[in-house]
Design a protein around this ligand. Structure first.
Ligand SMILES: Nc1ncnc2c1ncn2[C@@H]1O[C@H](COP(=O)(O)OP(=O)(O)OP(=O)(O)O)[C@@H](O)[C@H]1O
Length: 309
């Protein structure tokens, strides 16, 4: 894998005492790409972020950010290109949002003058002088994001960034992430909120007990899993459906929902064949919905299929 990928993790193993947090993990994230890390509690997501940040070193394998080891000597410059929003960020409640951000800017040796722009970017411009102790959860999370954006990082690591946010805030949060991707920032985020990730992330990596068990775009994961798709047929005709089960092509299963709706399950590769068949052979239906496996379906499929020790 070329080191010129913005984030390159190659054959990385990390053990704490006897606990394998990560084992032989390889993945990469390019400029302007986002990667969502999924996995059960303790799967190794935070450990991976800490390795990318250079806070810990791998026992085996290598981590490179823009070709540089983030835990190596001489990595100061590369670390300034990293922004991190930890899972539980605590702020000093007596400081205002502006004072808090100025504090972090000084820590990162970045110009304090940029802080007002960052607060505006995350929608906290009007609350800049308000004490953080009076901020809502959503405002604190946005302040956390502003803190991670100090210094215009090329790589942004967000550990469960939307936990506790309402749907509108989640939406605006992902809009900011999308803008950052468009600016060429690589974004790695972890989350347990599969439905929102389905709509907002491009690449997905699923971890289980420190192993990477699946990776790719949603479409690629669907191809790998090859789970059935579902076609729901609806009939608004008074008689509803007659028994179509006996005449269905082999390999297609059906489940009656009620007299006026039937759900068919079929391999994704047979979708068009089935649509042609239905149009020609099932006159009762006058509406249909096609449902692809969701990210939650895929996540469960890969987790259940994989049984690493
Ligand atoms: N500093 C540490 N010392 C000992 N064990 C650790 C340490 N950090 C992580 N671990 C262990 O490594 C494994 C991976 O932990 P990690 O925090 O990376 O998981 P996670 O996927 O982020 O979990 P969560 O979703 O709960 O945040 C766990 O078994 C954890 O107990």
């Amino acid at each position: 894998m070329p080191d010129k990928q913005t984030v390159c993790v190659q054959g990385v193993t990390k053990t704490f005492d006897t606990q394998h947090a990560l084992e032989n993990l390889t993945l990469s994230v390019g400029a302007g790409e986002s990667l969502a890390l999924l996995g059960h509690n303790g799967a190794g997501k935070t450990t991976l972020m800490k390795l990318v940040l250079g806070l810990i070193r791998p026992d085996a394998g290598k981590v490179r950010i823009l070709g540089v080891d983030p835990a190596g000597s001489g990595a100061t410059e590369i670390r300034q290109n990293l922004g991190y929003l930890p899972e539980n960020i605590a702020f000093y409640p007596a400081l205002s949002g502006a004072e808090t951000l100025a504090f972090y800017a000084r820590l990162k040796r970045q110009p304090v003058a940029d802080c007002a722009r960052l607060l505006d970017r995350v929608g906290l411009g009007d609350a800049a002088r308000k004490k953080v102790g009076a901020y809502s959860k959503g405002m604190r999370q946005r302040l956390g994001l502003a803190q991670a954006l100090i210094g215009n990082p090329r790589v942004l690591l967000l550990d469960e960034p939307t936990t506790g946010l309402d749907p509108e805030l989640r939406h605006s949060f992902y809009n900011i992430v999308r803008e950052l991707e468009d600016d060429g920032v690589s974004v790695i985020l972890s989350s347990h909120a599969l439905t929102e990730l389905e709509a907002h992330t491009r690449k997905i990596a699923i971890l289980r007990k420190g192993h990477l068990i699946a990776a790719g775009t949603l479409g690629e994961l669907r191809d790998q899993a090859n789970l059935p798709i579902h076609i729901r047929l609806n009939s608004h005709q008074a008689a509803g459906f007659s028994d179509i089960a006996s005449s269905l092509p082999a390999g297609i299963t059906q489940r009656p929902i009620n007299g006026h709706a039937i759900e068919l399950a079929l391999p994704p590769t047979r979708k068009v064949e089935m649509l042609r068949y239905l149009v020609g052979n099932v006159p009762e239906f006058d509406d249909l919905d096609i449902t692809q496996p969701t990210l939650a379906d895929l996540y469960l499929h890969f987790q259940n299929r994989s049984t690493p020790s």
